[in-house]
Write a protein that binds this ligand. Structure first.
Ligand code: ADP
Ligand code: MG
Length: 217
């Protein structure tokens, strides 16, 4: 479970979030929706600690993340899988290297263990035999799936997806939505999906937080 309390975030004198409260339950897909520039990505970044809110608190399973120092946050970070807007794959690395990068950062696994884990995650998203390809060689939906494979490498308890459907055709969007829903059920993770796509809202989403002018509606 993730709980946010009274989150405020500004950039300069522009107030983007003005007091957001929400609870995101495990085993469910929660959606943060709102128009472009409404602060969806900013809220997600405040939750994962990429932005520091001026005010407010974030709890991961009752532990106050916003009160932790860098070292204390590490075990929580290990539990976080993140699919960034535009996939954010490393273009100079192969698909397999993109996934192994996370394992290098957080584990002491041997080379062969890492390769096995990468294959397992790629198989889970239906992308076997793409290990040696580079992101530039992949279609949009495949890139998203590599992003999802990378997000699940560490068996996350928390999964964050920023605009997982951006740039995808409707059919591929549905497949990605279903994959996110299935992974949430399998891992019982607390999943938060940021989207401006109303179709997603119809397909997935057990809980919806609608952002408008810095407020929850
Ligand atoms: P959304 O994801 O809903 O499209 P964002 O959270 O990215 O919106 O942005 C909300 C507002 O905050 C926008 O006006 C954007 O320009 C501004 N903003 C976001 N990130 C930054 C930043 N790092 N520096 C300055 N302004 C920012
Ligand atoms: Mg955004």
């Amino acid at each position: 479970m993730i709980e946010v309390q009274d989150i405020h975030k500004s950039f300069g004198d522009k107030k983007v979030l003005t007091g957001i409260d929400a609870i995101f339950e495990p085993g469910k897909v929660s959606l943060i929706i709102g128009g472009s520039g409404s602060g969806k990505s900013t809220l997600l970044k405040c939750i994962v600690g990429l932005h520091k809110p001026e005010q407010g608190r974030v709890f991961f399973d009752k532990q106050e993340f916003t009160a932790m120092d860098f070292e204390e946050k590490v075990p929580v970070r290990k539990e976080i899988g993140m699919l960034f807007q535009n996939s954010a794959l490393f273009d100079s690395m192969t698909v397999e290297q993109n996934i192994i990068f996370t394992l290098d950062m957080f584990t002491e696994m041997s080379k062969s263990e890492k390769r096995d884990r990468a294959n397992f995650c790629l198989e889970r998203v239906n992308l076997l035999n793409t290990n040696k390809l580079y992101p530039a060689e992949l279609a949009g939906g495949m890139k998203k799936r590599v992003g999802i494979a990378r997000a699940i490498t560490m068996n996350p308890s928390y999964l964050f997806c920023d605009e997982p459907n951006s740039g995808l055709d409707p059919e591929t969007s549905i497949l990605i939505d279903e994959l996110i829903q299935d992974i949430t059920n399998e891992y019982k993770c607390t999943t938060i999906v940021v989207t401006h796509d109303m179709n997603s809202v119809m397909g997935i989403g057990d809980y919806i937080l609608f952002l408008y002018q810095g407020q929850k509606w």
